[in-house]
Design a protein around this ligand. Structure first.
Ligand SMILES: Cc1cc2nc3c(=O)[nH]c(=O)nc-3n(C[C@H](O)[C@H](O)[C@H](O)COP(=O)(O)O)c2cc1C
Length: 276
């Protein structure tokens, strides 16, 4: 049996997969042109084949094409999720805020207004994408997995692990079809549930807007393999102190600013990002 599984793949499969994985990037500016209907089916089909604890398959998908519904969802998202995140991010020192929230305006209220209404952003609001898929989760299905996964202190993570897996499958399928998308995290579900009519027991996990990319492709940035791989036992020379982690975060911010279409960053790392 093990041989059968091995025989099904070869190096060219890996190379094709690797090309998709490394070319995929978060696309935060999508064209408004429609995408073929059967592409949506293919993306959902890819999601369906994700791994989940005990094969519980806790996911469902809500496909939205109606411009009015997409806008309603977008407005609800901006006025609750984005507004909340904007203000919470202001608690950090400027350079360590998430790149999307490193704002420069006379007042924070003005900065928030610009983000809410995208007055200065090169990003197109995601409701203008032709298709939006909302990934939903049903925690009750996840009871199919081992009880230990639900124990307090273990973050009940099997549900979100499964939902992340299905979402990643879909993101890879999207990239393989020459389409773009990004991961739209949901922090506050209730206002979105009201717009979408989602029952109380169902979780609104993720918003995936999909369309043709309206940006030039740039290569992504990841930590070097040697820095993150340990062999046989944990290699303490690779362990980062708390101070190292802070330095890393400063560097990381410098490298990723451009991905959010923000102006040139002065942070360490931004020079490397410009070269790549
Ligand atoms: C758990 C998680 C949460 C994320 N949240 C957001 C988000 O809310 N908005 C967004 O634009 N991108 C989000 N992303 C995308 C990441 O910023 C992105 O994958 C990362 O910076 C690497 O860039 P790349 O996707 O272009 O390779 C998220 C990704 C993950 C896995």
């Amino acid at each position: 049996m093990a041989n059968d599984v091995a025989a099904a793949g070869d190096l060219s499969d890996y190379e094709a997969l690797h090309r998709i994985m490394t070319r995929r990037m978060s696309v935060r500016r999508l064209k408004t042109d429609p995408i073929p209907d059967d592409y949506v089916g293919k993306i959902l089909e890819a999601g369906r084949w994700a791994m989940s604890g005990a094969n519980s398959q806790p996911w469902e998908y809500l496909v939205i094409k109606d411009p009015k519904k997409k806008k309603e969802l977008y407005d609800a998202f901006q006025d609750t999720n984005m507004e909340f995140i904007f203000w919470m991010e202001q608690m950090r020192v400027f350079e360590l805020r998430h790149p999307a929230f490193q704002v420069k305006s006379d007042t924070l209220e003005e900065a928030w207004y610009k983000i809410r209404h995208k007055t200065e952003s090169k990003n197109r609001p995601w409701h203008e994408a032709p298709v939006v898929i909302v990934v939903l989760g049903d925690g009750r299905r996840q009871w199919g997995t081992v009880n230990g996964a639900m124990t307090f202190g273990r973050h009940a993570s099997h549900l979100t692990d499964g939902l992340a897996n299905t979402s990643t499958h879909m993101q890879l399928a999207i990239a393989s079809l020459g389409l773009g998308s990004h991961w739209g995290t949901v922090h506050i579900q209730e206002p979105l549930k009201r717009v979408l009519g989602v029952p109380d027991l169902i979780e609104v996990y993720l918003i995936i807007s999909i369309g043709y990319p309206d940006i030039t492709h740039t290569s992504g940035s990841r930590r070097d393999l040697e820095d993150i791989v340990h062999r046989e036992t944990y290699d303490m020379s690779k362990y980062m102190s708390n101070k190292d982690i802070l330095d890393y975060l400063y560097q990381l911010r410098g490298k990723t600013m451009g991905r959010y279409h923000l102006k040139d960053s002065l942070l360490p790392g931004s020079e490397d990002a410009k070269k790549s």
